[in-house]
Design a protein around this ligand. Structure first.
Ligand code: GDD
Ligand code: MG
Length: 368
């Protein structure tokens, strides 16, 4: 017996990533010019998963349009949509009809974590212990924004505490958003009701003494749910700190892109990635880590430092962009200065404007 099916939870509202996620679900946010979810799906496939159910609620269409039936990604994808968000466990119950015959264990993955936890090994661990649930754990510096998990010497979970306060911290091991569930567990989740793994199901299973195990992992782990983590993941990947993407050359340039010979590229702090059909004009300075999405144009003398541009972004002459993220189809006119800011899609920044550091500019706005 093994595990072939997975549910990925992609229905959250992603409020901490706003305004980037006004029109783009968190799962479709680009990481090095590729939608985040594509990494998760490739990762599950490497570990023998051949059927994925995407549990959706908020903004389902862009995900479905991109992933379709999954054939382009080498596995089968189905969609379970909640009319109103059912919470993490309720979403899995809502996907039950896609989870095969009774008795099959399945994997559940939060749709915003990037990790190299060894799922194959975790499946062996789960099956050999006949666990009802196995939760992958990872160490973090500050557990307060995660689910804290206490275990005993035999790897049984003794306590699960979602978003602990500082005085409740007893360990640095947290829930890595990766679970294996015995099929029987679905019967413990109420139907058509909002229900949470973290705040309801896990504490209730533990209260009843069910076999809930922890699979500790020390591999790479990041939850991309905040702007700092999102930029941090780019930083790590463009520095080769995760095995999931290692920069081959220090500058990767997509097809049909042209880079003027006078462009200066500084790679001391990270690589520079340029997507397809981009144009980078004379005297532009790029200081990595930088990712530039397909179809973007950077006009002469512009400066781009430690930033991420999504697709079709137009950067005017001598504009300066530092430590910022700019979503699709935005226009940053000549000489503007943008630092530590998040710009949604279809934003316009006026010529010469100096955007206050820390700004968040919403879809369709004109700033400056
Ligand atoms: N379908 C569906 N429906 N998905 C949902 C819903 C829902 O009602 N609510 C949340 N999700 C999805 C989100 O899209 C995300 O992929 C995942 O469930 C987790 O939700 P987050 O909002 O990102 O939770 P978190 O990051 O605060 O905490 C969770 O992840 C941590 C690890 O990164 C918890 O599972 C913590 O215990 C855990 O440590
Ligand atoms: Mg999260």
């Amino acid at each position: 017996m093994t595990v072939r099916r997975a549910v990925i939870l992609v229905g959250g509202k992603a409020t901490r990533l706003l305004p980037l996620t006004c029109n783009t679900p968190k799962a479709m946010v680009p990481i090095l010019n590729t939608p985040f979810l594509e990494y998760a799906i490739g990762y599950l496939r490497q570990h023998g998963i051949d059927e994925v159910v995407l549990a959706q609620s908020h903004l389902p269409v862009p995900i479905r349009d991109y992933f379709g039936d999954g054939s382009r990604f080498g596995l089968r994808i189905s969609y379970a949509i909640e009319e109103t968000p059912l919470g993490t466990a309720g979403a899995v119950r809502n996907a039950e009809r896609y989870l095969g015959s009774a008795g099959e264990d399945c994997l559940v993955l939060n749709g915003d974590i990037f990790s190299d936890i060894n799922i194959t090994d975790m499946i062996d661990f789960h099956l050999s212990r006949r666990a009802k649930v196995t939760i992958a754990l990872t160490p973090v510096d500050d557990p307060t924004s995660y689910g804290l998990v206490e275990t005993d010497a035999g790897s049984r979970v003794t306590r699960f505490l979602e978003k602990p306060s500082r005085d409740q911290i007893t360990t640095n091991m947290i829930n890595a958003g990766t679970y294996l569930l015995n099929a029987e567990i679905l019967t413990h989740i109420p139907q058509d009701t909002s229900y949470s793994f973290e705040r309801e199901l896990f504490p209730s299973l533990l209260g009843r003494g069910e076999a809930v195990y922890a699979y500790p992992s020390r591999g790479y782990f990041v939850d991309i749910g905040t702007p700092a983590k999102y930029l941090g993941l780019h930083h790590d990947l463009l520095n080769g700190e995760s095995s999931l993407w290692a920069p081959t050359a220090k500058t990767d340039v997509g097809q049909h892109s042209c880079i003027h010979p006078s462009v200066r590229i500084n790679r001391t702090k990270g690589a520079v990635l340029i997507g397809d059909n981009c144009s980078i004009a004379a005297d532009v300075q790029l200081t990595g880590p930088v990712a530039i999405g397909a179809g973007s144009t950077i006009a002469e003398g512009a400066v781009l430092e430690e930033s991420v541009l999504w697709q079709n972004v137009r950067v005017g002459p001598r504009a300066i962009i530092r430590k910022s993220v700019v979503a699709n189809d935005s226009t940053l006119n000549a000489g503007c200065i943008i630092e530590d800011s998040l710009l949604s899609d279809h934003v316009t920044v006026r010529q010469g404007a100096r955007i206050e550091p820390g700004s968040r500019i919403w879809s369709g706005e004109t700033a400056g």
